[in-house]
Ligand binder design. Sequence first.
Ligand code: BES
Ligand code: MN
Ligand code: MN
Length: 457
Amino acid sequence: MQELDGFLEEHRDRFLQELCELLRIPSVSTDSRHAEDVRSAAVWVAKQLEGLSLSTKVIETEGHPIVYAESPPVEGAPTVLVYGHYDVQPPEPMDEWITPPFQPDIRDGNVYARGATDDKGQMLTHIKSAEVWMRTKGSLPLQIKYLIEGEEEVGSANVYKYLAENKEQLACDVVVISDCSQFAPGQPAITYGLKGIAYFELRVTGPRQDLHSGTFGGSVTNPVNALCRILTALVDGDGRIQIPDFYDDVVGLTDPERRQFASLPFDERGFMEKLGVSELFGESGFSTLERRWARPTCDINGIWGGYQGEGEKTVLPAKATAKFSFRLVPKQDPHKVADQLEAFIAEICPPGVEAELVRMHGACGYVTSLDSPYVTAATKAIEQGFGRSPVFIREGGSIPIVTAFQEQLDVESLLLGWGLDDDNTHSPNEKFCLADFQRGIKASTYLWRELAKISND
Ligand code: BES
Ligand code: MN
Ligand code: MN
C-alpha cells in the first residue's frame, strides 16, 4: 500500500488544482440561466473518468445530463456503484461571501467555493482514489460504476427515471456515497439514516388588487395575515406538527438507538455558540440529536408578500406566498403527507382568500442496518484514511435517490461523509477542509481494497 500512499502524496497539489477547476464551473441546477454551465461540469467529470480509461458516457435527459462510467468486472470481487452530484445550490446571498463563490479560495486549510463539500469535493475523492489505483497498479481491485448526476439539488427526477430504465447496467452489490458529514472535526462517521422530504409552495390570493389598508382593512381577509395563520397552525409551541394523522407512520426511536445517540460526544454549548443562538428548540421530549436525525420537522424556507421597500406603505396586499418543507423519517410517504396537508389547509384556510398548494419535490427517508460486511470494510478503510474509527450516526439531510437504490436495485448505500457540519452547505462561504479531501481520497483508496476482499458469490 506504500505505493498507493506515495502516489497520493505526490499528486496531492494537482488533485486540489483539479478540484478548483471543477469548482470554477457555476453548475447551479435550479437556475435555467446556468444550464450550459451545468453541462460543462458534466463534461468535466466525464473527462476525468475517461482519463482513467473507464468506458464513459454523458447521458442526455429531459433535465441536466447524467455521467455514467464503468470499469471492467473483476472476478470474485463485488461491484460498487459510486453515486454523487456535480450540481450545486444557488450561491445567494452574494454579498455575504468573503471571496466569490465560483472563484475557489484557499485559506486556513480549507477551500472556499459553492459546491466545495456539497458535493464536488466529496464526489471527486472517489474518482481520485480510482486514479491512484489505475496509475500505480494499472487496474482496480473491483468493478466500479459511477453515476454522477446534475439534478440532486432539485430532486433527482431524471435519475429516478434513468435508474428504473437501466437496472441491469446499474446492478451492483453496494452503493458508495460521500455527500454528508463526519460527526465532528477529526471524528469520522458512517451514516446509516437520512431524512426524507416533502416540499411545497403555498400561494394565497385575496382581493383583485392591492388595497389601502385603512380604507379596506377590517372588511376583507388580508392574504399575508391568512398565510401567516396557516403557517403558524402547522406546528405548535412544543414543536409538534399539527396536521391530523401526520405521525401515523413515524417509526419511533428504539431504546438502544436512543442510548447510542446519547453516548455520542455531542457538545450542545459549542453547537449553540457556532450557530449564534441562545437556546435550542424542537419537538419536546427528544434530545437535539434525536430531533435532528430521527424526528420529522417543518420549516418555512421562504416567505414573501406585501411591501418590502424603504419606509412604510400602508397596503393590504392582494397575495402572499411561502415555500416550506417537512423533513420526514423512514416509512413516511411524501405523497401521503401532501394529501394530509392539503386537507388540513382546506380546513383551516381563513374565509375570503384562496389557498393554492403546489407540490414540489419529495423523497422518502432511509435507514439501513449496520450489520453488513460492507460496513465492516468501510470502517477499516476509514480507520486507515482518517486514523480513527468511525462512529455511527444518522443525518437530517436527504439524498433522494438512496431509497430508489434500495427499492429498485435491492442494494444498500454506504454513506461515508467526509464533510463537516460547519462547512456551510447551501449557505455563504461553503468550504471543504483540505485535510478531509486528502483523508477522503485515502479512505476511498483503501475502501476499494477492503471491499474487494468480500466475495460476491
Ligand atoms: N448533500 C446533501 C444532503 C445531506 C446534507 C445529507 C447533510 C446529509 C447531511 C444534498 O445535496 C442535499 O442538499 N439534499 C437536499 C435534497 C433535496 C433537494 C431533495 C436536501 O437535503 O435539502
Ligand atoms: Mn449533496
Ligand atoms: Mn445539497
